[in-house]
Design a protein around this ligand. Structure first.
Ligand code: 5GP
Length: 116
């Protein structure tokens, strides 16, 4: 059984977060340490520690994460100029919180993708 992270508490609203979207499958909230004018995290309500742990039964949830990212980008007014979606996996990927999350970053030119 995977160990819960702070993100489970955010989903259950046990600790404060700027939640911008929540439904039966996913929750989205603003990153506490934004790296761009718009920086949100889209996460499954189910605890999936890393991308390596995604199962076939999670496919609907993974799809929902993308449709929510698209909707939030539109609401945030960054869809037309563009944005970046990032998922980090494990140590070499720079993952810090072991509850998968999609970073949605935008609001300024992000430049070419750098890899550390
Ligand atoms: P990772 O490096 O795992 O891909 O990204 C984790 C992200 O979660 C970081 O961008 C970090 O700022 C964000 N984060 C960590 N703890 C909290 C928290 O308690 N609240 C919010 N809103 N974001 C958090």
């Amino acid at each position: 059984m995977a160990e819960e992270t702070i993100f489970s508490k955010i989903i259950r609203k046990e600790i404060p977060a700027d939640i911008v979207y929540q439904d039966d499958l996913v929750t989205a909230f603003r990153d506490i340490n934004p790296r761009a004018p718009s920086h949100m995290l889209i996460i499954p309500n189910k605890l999936i520690p890393t991308v390596n742990d995604i199962e076939a039964e999670d496919e609907a949830t993974m799809g929902r994460m993308f449709t929510v990212a698209r909707k939030l980008a539109e609401e945030e007014g960054i869809a037309e100029n563009g944005y970046r979606l990032i998922m980090n996996c494990n140590n070499h990927g720079g993952q810090e919180v072991y509850h998968i999350h999609m970073h949605l970053l935008g609001g300024r030119p992000l430049g070419p993708m750098t890899v550390g």
